[in-house]
Design a protein around this ligand. Structure first.
Ligand code: NAD
Ligand code: ZN
Length: 245
């Protein structure tokens, strides 16, 4: 049996699959990941949360990058990898998708919002960091693009940021709790397109494995969790998932 057949058998033999995705699943939709050659980190060092909070210049840089990326993100559509996962969801093989991505493409592929657990938030809208009031990107854009005026909350005057979780920022409590529950309840976790080096997100596949679930890692290159995986597939995501669904 080759590794694709082994993967397929594991999917068929599982009753509660949970998928854990990273930036790699969206590269085939034209969104660069962080760590691949040509990825975002080669161009821009990430702005961590304390820097964002303490420096107006860092906030301006964060918004400049956000709007520069908007064309790519705004026009991206789900690729064959997202669609294969949506198909397994529709067949009730998958109960939930836990994602580190902020692009909303799992929802766009047809998985209902309540079953997409976003560990690192969402970049398609903004939020006040004090009172959590939502603000549309358009509302930020009308002032920022012409004059680089930084957004402030209309309700409380707080600092406004995209609704994403930056390095150094606290993880969303409800989402982490739900992800842990899903990890403990699944019998197969498939980690797809993640370098599995960003914590605490990478604790989720570890938790599933420690609790007795099978763990499949599908990623072009090796990850630090390969040693605990039941099966590691160093392959392209779209064609691999299409082959087993
Ligand atoms: P990462 O960039 O660290 O790792 C992505 C992995 O996917 C790499 O190991 C790469 O080899 C692999 N990969 C890329 N394209 C692939 C393909 N077609 N087939 C197989 N493997 C492929 O991403 P990460 O682990 O998600 O961590 C980065 C953080 O950056 C995340 O927390 C996420 O929030 C954020 N991020 C999100 C997006 C997005 O929403 N699309 C994009 C960039 C970064
Ligand atoms: Zn506010």
């Amino acid at each position: 049996m080759d590794e694709i057949q082994t993967f397929q058998k594991m999917i068929e033999g599982s009753t509660n699959i949970v998928v854990f995705t990273g930036a790699g699943i969206s590269t085939e939709s034209g969104i660069p990941d962080f760590r691949s050659p040509g990825g975002l980190w080669e161009k821009n060092r990430p702005i961590d949360f304390s820097e964002f909070m303490s420096s107006p210049e860092a906030r301006k840089e964060a918004w400049r990058r956000k709007f520069a990326m908007e064309e790519v993100l705004g026009n991206a559509i789900p690729n064959s990898g997202h669609l294969a996962i949506a198909k397994l969801y529709e067949q009730q093989k998958i109960g939930a998708v836990i994602t580190q991505n902020i692009d909303g493409l799992h929802q766009a592929s047809g998985i209902p919002e309540e079953d997409v657990i976003e560990l690192h938030g969402n970049t398609t809208y903004a939020k006040c960091l004090d009172c959590h009031e939502r603000m549309s990107l358009d509302a930020v854009k009308v002032k920022f693009i012409p004059d680089e005026i930084l957004p402030h909350c209309e309700k409380c005057g707080g600092i406004v940021k995209t609704a994403t979780i930056s390095f150094g920022q606290a993880m969303p409590v409800a989402e982490m709790r739900r992800a842990e529950e899903e990890a403990l309840n699944c019998d197969l976790m498939i980690a797809i397109g993640s370098s599995l080096v960003v914590y605490p997100a990478a604790d989720i596949p570890v938790l599933a494995r420690q609790n007795g679930a099978n763990l499949v890692i599908l990623n072009r290159e090796p990850t630090p969790l390969d040693g605990i995986a039941t099966l590691t597939l160093n392959r392209e995501i779209g064609e691999t998932l299409s082959a087993v669904t």
